[in-house]
Ligand binder design. Structure first.
Ligand code: ZN
Length: 304
């Protein structure tokens, strides 16, 4: 009996090892490792290979929001062809991170690439950003794939059913986060300002802010009123503005916790050791140690 249990345990342990190994091996760039979901007529989300990509069909052609990790640009273009045979006219990047901009390098030179002005300035330097193990420079010296059209606070592209509104509400995930509203469809791509339900990256090296993060999110919710559906940077499904408001509360609870710890003379590491996601935030992932520590240090540096 004991031998059977021991054997069963060994088999289970072996199976778990295989599962863990499979999870650690990232999917290879391939059109088959991308999935398409139709959000509304004329709007799709392509998941896999980095940040979630939106594909919006207008009368003139396709507008793409975000272009995934290095190596995933061509699979993305191949996947887009399965949705529509219209040409791509416009690419919008929500922010500078490598998992949202790297596919730009395979976009034809005739396509207009748009980003918030600070993101456009940061993009040529996009290298490791916050990704361990990614060391190659995304963009070549020739500037192919960089954003040449920029906006500061707002920009409107097209009109009627094709209208897209771009907004910048202040620093959060980075210092150049764009919100992309598909006005007629009442949908907004919010990039990594609200990537998923868990601790976000507060990328101070690229202009992001911990202290201002929640207020930027609240400005976006209050400032773009006619939206019901959000496309997030990394979730497997869409969310709502109410969920973004809750996420802003989560972020500001964390910031208040870290600021109180600083006032009590504690270090960032001590603040993190004492942080647990408040129970009222249902479905939020457990705190990721390194990310929480980096965020706590940034918040302490920003707090006078
Ligand atoms: Zn990001």
């Amino acid at each position: 009996m004991n031998r059977t249990i021991a054997l069963g345990t060994m088999v289970l342990a072996g199976a778990l090892t295989v599962v863990v190994a499979a999870q650690q091996q990232p999917p290879q760039p391939s059109v088959d490792n991308l999935t398409v979901e139709k959000v509304k007529d004329n709007l799709w989300v392509i998941r896999g290979g980095g940040g979630n990509t939106a594909v919006f069909a207008t009368a003139k052609g396709l507008t793409i929001v975000d272009t995934k990790q290095p190596g995933w640009g061509q699979p993305l273009l191949d996947k887009i062809k399965t949705i529509s045979d219209k040409p791509i006219t416009t690419v919008i990047n929500t922010h500078t991170h490598y998992d949202h901009v790297s596919g730009n390098v395979v976009i034809p030179a005739t396509v207009e690439i748009i980003a918030q002005e600070r993101t456009a300035k940061m993009m040529p330097n996009t290298t490791t950003v916050t990704a361990p193990g990614v060391t190659e420079k995304v963009f070549e010296a020739n500037g192919k794939g960089l954003a040449k059209k920029t906006f500061k606070d707002t920009m409107t592209i097209g009109s009627g059913a094709d209208q897209i509104n771009l907004y910048y509400f202040g620093p959060a995930h980075t210092g150049g986060d764009a919100f992309v509203e598909f006005a007629a469809l009442r949908v907004m791509h919010v990039g990594d300002t609200f990537p998923n339900k868990g601790m976000p990256i507060m990328d101070g090296n690229n202009g992001g802010s911990g202290v201002q993060y929640a207020s930027t999110l609240r400005k976006a919710v209050a400032g773009v009123r006619n939206v019901d559906t959000l496309i997030n940077g990394h979730t497997p499904e869409q969310t709502t503005p109410a969920e973004m408001r809750e996420f802003a509360d989560f972020v500001s609870d964390f910031v208040a916790h870290v600021q109180a710890a600083k006032k009590a003379g504690k270090t960032a590491a001590q603040a993190v050791a004492e942080w647990k996601n408040p129970e009222k935030y249902k479905g939020y992932s457990a705190p990721n140690g390194q990310r929480v520590t980096t965020n706590a240090q940034l918040i302490m540096n920003e707090t006078k």
